[in-house]
Ligand binder design. Structure first.
Ligand code: C2O
Ligand code: CU
Length: 461
């Protein structure tokens, strides 16, 4: 059990780290440590619909929409969160395999960052790729109102593209007047989740981007919505998947109705059409009617690139699971109807609909149960996950990367990932090396599922 006392201890440890203890090591005593980049979390008005500004949105930074945070693999990144909201928040770095104290989960890895307070995040990303950041506190409300941005970790060895476009794909729960409506309906939380009413890319409806005709464009996209699973296609141009969830795929493949769940990312290479003004369109075909997410318009004389000339991305430094010495761990997803207190500390939804191994934890009550599994540092584990529920669940594990192996339902692509979309009635094996010590949350990224019980954590020590 995580008691109040261990909580206090980890609070102090996080404070000491934030105070700069970790940085001395990185800089080896060099005095000119670069100052932490400030990032405010604040209320704003957002221009999403043509009904005028949407009031009560939340964003990061000074611009209207949360900035794309650019980092370099193997280089210290240093950011000071300045909470100008009137409620606690934190930042979780989704997919980054960093120090547990920087993981941004209140009660488990750090204290709340109260309104008016700040917190220093400092870490060195080990992997290049497309990731994202968001709060782990009153998550449905804070993410629903805007707090989600992308992280790009660059590698000097990355191939050069003719253009790069970053897309933050998400919906908004807005009424006909363009103002926020309730983030969820309990009966939907117990099913697929409550869907947004307005779809956007980078907070705009069907934005259009220019890119060189006949050029190779790197499209980095993240599904940051709290509910919606996408089935993506590109019309009007060849598009291939080059990386998924931050990790290069072993073999590139054409994008064709690929399911992308909340929390997942895709890196695509788009070969723009040759004719000036010709367009390629990114669409989601999963909803009741196809939705255009963004359009790319060819400009200038064709660069006449060949998509086959694109070099492969370098693999990230993942430890290879040793399946001959693996420990099997069962995880069974289920519905739950257990009572729980309705007075959570930061944004409890007040219901228990879901559970992992029969234990519902909403992770906002300050009262986590014991870890669902304890793993030894450096050993291989296989998560045997079963989903006998009628819903798909994008399962996300913090701090570690796993490789999906056998599934009874889908052909799994054997690349490392942090988020696996498990389908109804699916059984899948996820293999990993427990190489990052700490308490790591394991949860569904449909936030209503997460916040009504489909959350737990595992311990690596
Ligand atoms: Cu995207 Cu627990 O997080
Ligand atoms: Cu779920």
């Amino acid at each position: 059990m995580l008691t109040r006392r261990t909580l206090l201890k980890s609070t102090l440890a996080a404070g000491a780290y934030a105070g700069g203890l970790g940085l001395a090591g990185y800089f080896g005593g060099i005095a000119s440590a670069k100052a932490a980049m400030p990032l405010v979390a604040r209320r704003t008005e957002a221009l999403i619909t043509d009904k005028g500004p949407t009031k009560g949105a939340m964003t990061y930074g000074e611009a209207e929409i949360p900035p794309v945070l650019r980092m370099r693999r193997g280089e210290l990144f240093n950011l000071r969160l300045d909470n100008q909201l009137d409620e606690p928040t934190t930042i979780h770095w989704h997919g980054l395999r960093i120090d547990n104290r920087m993981d941004g989960v209140p009660f488990l890895t750090q204290p709340y960052v109260y309104g008016g307070d700040g917190f220093d995040y400092a870490f060195t990303p080990p992997d290049a790729g497309t990731f994202w950041y968001h709060p782990h506190c009153n998550t449905l409300e804070q993410m629903g109102r805007g707090l989600a941005g992308l992280v790009v970790v660059e590698d000097p060895a990355d191939p050069v593209f003719d253009a790069e476009i970053v897309l933050n794909l998400r919906d908004w729960r807005l009424g006909g007047d363009g103002q926020f409506i309730a983030q969820f309906r309990p009966r939907d939380a117990a099913r697929a989740g409550t869907f947004g009413t307005v779809r956007t890319a980078n907070w705009r409806r069907e934005p259009q981007y220019d890119a060189p005709a006949g050029g190779l464009v790197r499209l980095r996209l993240a599904a940051t919505d709290v509910t919606r699973i996408l089935a993506l296609v590109v019309d009007g141009a060849a598009a291939e998947v080059i990386a998924a969830d931050g990790n290069p795929v072993a073999e590139r493949f054409a994008l064709d109705h690929l399911l992308v769940g909340p929390g997942q990312r895709l890196d695509l290479v788009l070969r723009m059409p040759d004719g000036e003004g010709a367009v390629a369109v990114l669409k989601d075909l999963r909803g009741t009617k196809p939705a255009t997410l963004a359009t790319f318009r060819a400009t200038g004389a064709s660069l006449k690139r060949d998509i086959r000339d694109l070099p492969a991305l370098a693999a990230n430094p993942m430890a290879e699971p040793d399946l001959s010495a693996a420990t099997q761990l069962p995880f069974i997803l289920s519905a739950s109807a257990e009572e729980r207190p309705k007075d959570g500390i930061c944004g409890s939804l007040g219901y228990n609909f879901w559970a992992i191994n029969k234990v519902p934890w909403a992770d906002d009550t300050g009262d986590p149960t014991a870890p669902l599994a304890e793993m030894k540092t450096g050993r291989t584990y296989v998560f045997n996950v079963e989903n006998p529920t009628p819903q798909a669940h994008p399962l996300h594990l913090h701090g570690l990367a796993f490789r999906p192996m056998n599934s009874n339902k889908q052909a799994v692509r054997p690349h490392f990932t942090d988020t696996y979309l498990i389908l109804p009635d699916e059984k899948v094996q996820l293999a990993l090396v427990a190489d990052n010590p700490g308490d790591w949350v394991f949860h569904c990224h449909i936030i209503e599922h997460q916040k009504t019980g489909m959350t737990s954590y595992v311990r690596v020590a």
